[in-house]
Design a protein. Structure first.
Lengths: 449, 234
């Protein structure tokens, strides 16, 4: 289980990064917001500006026009309190009537810190007095006692940093606790998926019933395959004796022709039984995926050619002739196939042609390479089959793989095995009428597998 | 070609079924094999092997006190002789295991007498070559030992490839050997794309062994499939 720690690492990384970004983003937004909120410079600066632009002409104080206009536009009033007289010696025209005209020192201290009659006030130092700006009510909030412990301010960077770190740590802990619970509940699924990819048995608590069921199904399939393998094994030895002695009798020159014919029938029928046992075993294994497929790079032509040559070398009945029709310019068809299974498929097709044409026939085998597909064609000029039979062979499931009760006439396993083998190689099997008047089976295998 | 010397070989036959033993002995006897000993268990087989010193063994895979594969290993420790497995287990993995350990062939029951005899004779021919066997063809003889052909009193030497190809054909005399099997015999495990070279070699072999190379009677082409060597008296 290496993926869960990996998952946690990734999540924590994302989480830390996102909280950092969030803090930076917050500060940035705050900065932009405050800048937007107060486009004008600080009222303290404005007050100082007013003080600087206030000049004394003879006995009259005059404010420069620009500054006066600015004050007017922002609806701010201003007064100048003389240092000596402690009285208002100059004022703007918009001064509210409630503003007093003379001040004590304590008044000055109070207005510097706070308000005059609810107007937030700001002071600027002029030549002979104090300029006081009064802003509209509720336009500013003033901190009346702005003083902090020195150590507090001195330690502020440290304090902020440690608070930040503690916060991040807290978020991290909360996150880990929350996620470990989630991960714990997800873990079986993750390991299940991982096991799936490595073909191991998958166990998920919630699917216990399903699990048991599929295990039992598997058990039954294995039992069936083993049963078939066992039966076929047990039949082989007695059948050896039947075949062996019948084979000897068939060639015993001391026997009458009639009796030798009888022995020949026993031989022929035991051969059929042998084929049936072999087919039954392989078909059940292929059906329940218990036959390992070992694909290797093979020259398909060589594989098919060997099958044809084996049949010819076996001294098959002279009633049957096999013609190799592969174009001689085609010498190599490289494909990833299980050689033994493909051989089995092709020999089943040749054997099939023989089985269904007891009067004899000519069998044609060819390999074609076209459109990224290799096609092996086995056809004959024998009795063939009707359209209906061919349709059935192409479309109806074999009794062995049919999941319904069937009363159909049962046929051999030869073609079923061919179909299973070709399917296992991602190929296709097509049964049709042969150009020679008989039966034809086309096996198509993809070139790249 | 005379293979009578092969019929003198001492054969050890191991199977737990008495009736099967009787039958195989009768099949072998009928073909001319006379010197056959049988055993029904692994331990019996080991004892017989020690005293009898067989030159060929036919073993069943499933025995009451062990399996044929282990038996073969034990037998081969003392003397190296060819082994043919007879078994009722048709599974492929058994087959591979048998060959991997050095079995010479493998037969799944049931079998016909001629199938058994074909394999027994093939293994013996492969394993016990007659002293300087001269292979008689129509109009010439092949001396594999010296890698030469005797034709019209002339000694014509064979190249290594020609020798390999002829040897492969001779091992299967009278039967078709595929183009692919011949390429493998001459060029080894990855015999792709040697078809044209093979044809050239066949042409040269024919010039050496045939009286009339353009109308061959000993080395016959089976169109598209392979070649067949026709040996006199076979």
């Amino acid at each position: 289980m290496k993926s869960v720690p990996k998952l946690i690492r990734r999540f924590v990384g994302i989480m830390l990064l996102s909280s950092m970004l969030l803090i930076i983003l917050n500060f940035a937004l705050l900065g932009i917001y405050t800048l937007n909120q107060s486009p004008n410079s600080s009222p303290w600066i404005t007050a100082q500006e007013v003080a600087d632009h206030l000049s004394k002409n003879e006995n009259e104080y005059v404010l420069s026009e620009d500054t006066a206009l600015e004050l007017q536009n922002t609806n701010v009033w201003a007064i100048l309190i003389d240092n000596m007289a402690m009285k208002v010696v100059w004022q703007t025209d918009n001064l509210p009537e409630t503003v007093p005209m003379s001040y004590t020192i304590s008044d000055i201290a109070s207005l510097t810190r706070g308000y005059i009659d609810g107007y937030p006030t700001f002071t600027g130092e002029a030549e002979n007095g104090l300029v006081v700006l009064g802003y509209p009510k509720e336009s500013f909030w003033k901190h009346m006692w702005p003083s902090w412990d020195y150590n507090l301010i001195a330690n502020l960077p440290k304090t902020v940093l440690s608070v930040l770190v503690i916060n991040i740590a807290l978020i991290f802990i909360i996150y880990v606790i929350a996620n470990s619970k989630l991960l714990k509940s997800v873990k079986p699924i993750v390991s299940g998926i991982q096991a799936l990819s490595t073909n191991e048995e998958v166990y998920i608590k919630t699917s216990d019933i399903l699990q048991t069921q599929s295990r039992q199904l598997r058990k039954r399939e294995t039992a069936r395959t083993n049963w078939i393998a066992g039966v076929s094994h047990d039949i082989r030895t007695p059948l050896s004796m039947v075949m062996g002695y019948a084979g000897q009798l068939e060639n015993d020159v001391q026997l009458s022709e009639n009796n030798r014919q009888k022995a020949a029938v026993i031989v022929r029928q035991s051969k059929r039984m042998r084929n049936l046992i072999n087919d039954l075993n392989l078909a059940s294994k292929l059906e329940y995926n218990m036959q390992p497929i070992n694909p290797e790079r093979q020259n398909l032509i060589a594989v098919v050619r060997q099958v044809v040559v084996d049949f010819i070398n076996m001294n098959i009945d002279e009633k049957y002739t096999i013609e190799w029709q592969t174009n001689e310019t085609l010498t190599s068809c490289t494909a990833n196939v299980d050689k033994d299974l493909i051989r089995r498929a092709v020999s089943n097709l040749i054997q099939n042609s023989m089985n269904h044409n007891e009067q004899g026939c000519q069998i044609f085998v060819r390999v074609i390479a076209e459109n990224n597909v290799y096609t092996v064609i086995v056809s004959d000029d024998g009795v063939g089959a009707t359209d209906e039979q061919i349709g059935k062979l192409n479309n109806t499931p074999h009794y062995m793989v049919c999941d319904e009760k069937t009363t159909e006439q049962r046929h051999g396993l030869g073609l079923l095995i061919v179909k299973q083998i070709i399917f296992a190689h991602s190929g296709k099997m097509l049964i049709k009428h042969s150009d020679y008047g008989g039966f034809e089976v086309e096996l198509s295998l993809p070139m790249t597998m | 070609m005379d293979f009578d010397y092969l019929k003198q070989k001492r054969i050890l036959l191991v199977d737990d079924e008495q009736e099967l033993l009787d039958m195989v002995v009768s099949i072998l006897n009928e073909d001319g094999f006379q010197d056959i000993k049988t055993a029904k268990t692994v331990s019996e087989a080991v004892t017989v092997s020690d005293t009898y010193q067989p030159e060929f063994a036919i073993l069943d895979v499933m025995l009451p006190d062990g399996n044929g594969f282990d038996l073969m290993e034990r037998l081969k420790k003392t003397a190296d002789y060819p082994v043919l497995f007879l078994t009722a287990r048709g599974e492929d993995d058994d087959k591979f295991r048998g060959f991997g350990l050095g079995a010479d062939d493998y037969m799944v029951k049931p079998f016909l007498p001629k199938e058994l005899l074909f394999r027994v004779n093939a293994i013996l021919r492969r394993s016990y070559k007659a002293e300087n066997p001269l292979v008689k063809l129509h109009g010439s003889k092949i001396d594999f030992e010296r890698a030469e052909v005797l034709k019209n009193g002339e000694h014509i030497s064979l190249t290594a490839k020609e020798h390999d190809i002829l040897a492969a054909l001779y091992r299967n005399a009278g039967r078709i050997v595929t183009i692919d099997a011949l390429c493998e015999a001459a060029w080894g495990d990855n015999p792709f794309g040697y078809e044209n070279s093979l044809m050239a070699h066949i042409r040269r072999i024919r010039e050496k062994i045939e009286e009339n190379p353009s109308q061959p009677v000993s080395l016959i082409t089976m169109k598209g499939l392979g070649y067949k060597l026709v040996v006199e008296g076979k």
